[in-house]
Design a protein around this ligand. Structure first.
Ligand code: ADP
Ligand code: MG
Length: 281
């Protein structure tokens, strides 16, 4: 775990707030306020914090879906702001994002087969027969049979839609994925299935994950390292195993306290009940 795949250096993202009248001064929301960290190849890195703490903004800056106000994002040592158009397009194949609400991100008028083939079409990969084959293969990998090709998003359950979103993300065989609240909208038992699926895909495709969630329980289960965000800053960062033991910031103490205050048997019961099938990993 020594090669950084992502390096975030002193990144700020301020959003300008709409002015109520012309005489108002410009005001800014400091969504990300001086963040630095590195992500290493093959790890699952968790970004946890309450709603509005800047997690999604940071994830989108890392993928350059929005531009930072200042600071640098490097991918494999190269500043992503200096990519040429061609380099950017090639990089877009290597990095993917999965959002919380797959219903919003899946085109309701298109079949699952069409939706999944689209990234292959954009990047002009293979001929029609190859693309169809690849779509079926990947559908199977995420636990959906080929009959899903002809179905529409509204015909699917939340968990199935999230499987499709994950399938579309991995179809180009990326090396890095941002999962932004990827299981937050799902029932607890379905959450566990999707987390298991993500683990399986991580091994198969040697993926590195930036796993964003407001849910510390899920992050602790899924991630090797965790960064805690609070008001746009990373206030705590460390290995998952270690993090609970040496908390410095009052916010993270509060965040972890519900888990830390339980005695061990209670804790096990709680975690067991929450994420049963994780034991299958
Ligand atoms: P999180 O993902 O942790 O919930 P976000 O990154 O979505 O946090 O938001 C961080 C802060 O930035 C919040 O105060 C939010 O209201 C604000 N924000 C997010 N996106 C925008 C935007 N496009 N324009 C203005 N403010 C935004
Ligand atoms: Mg968010």
């Amino acid at each position: 775990m020594t090669i950084p795949i992502i390096e975030v250096e002193n990144v700020y993202k301020y959003y300008k707030q709409a002015r109520k009248s012309f005489s108002d001064k410009n005001k800014y929301v400091k969504a990300v306020n001086g963040v630095s960290f590195s992500l290493y190849e093959g790890e699952s890195f968790g970004l946890v914090g309450e709603s509005g703490s800047g997690k999604s903004t940071l994830g989108q800056v890392i993928l350059q879906l929005i531009n930072q106000t200042s600071g640098t994002v490097k991918y494999r040592g190269k500043n992503v702001s200096t990519y040429t158009k061609k380099e950017l397009k090639a990089w877009r194949k290597q990095v993917q994002i999965v959002f919380q609400n797959p219903y919003a991100s899946l085109n309701p008028k298109k079949t699952i087969g069409w939706i999944m083939e689209e990234p292959l079409n954009i990047h002009r990969i293979g001929n029609k027969a190859f693309r169809r084959q690849r779509v079926m293969e990947v559908l199977e990998e995420v636990g959906l049979d080929h009959t899903f090709m002809d179905r529409y998003p509204h015909e699917l359950s939340g968990g199935q839609r999230q499987r499709v979103a994950i399938a579309s993300a991995i179809i180009l065989e990326p090396e890095f994925m941002v999962i932004d609240e990827g299981v937050s909208a799902l029932d607890v038992s379905v959450q566990a299935q999707i987390l298991n699926l993500l683990k399986r895909l991580q091994r198969k495709y040697r993926l590195t994950y930036l796993f964003i969630s407001h849910d510390l329980n899920v992050v602790q289960y899924f991630c090797d390292r965790i960064a805690v965000m609070y008001l746009g800053e990373i206030v705590e960062i460390g290995e998952t195993e270690e993090l609970g033991r040496s908390l410095k910031h009052p916010y993270t103490k509060a965040l972890f306290s519900s888990i830390l205050s339980l005695d061990e048997s209670e804790e096990l019961k709680l975690l067991d009940g929450n994420l049963p099938s994780l034991l299958e990993i």
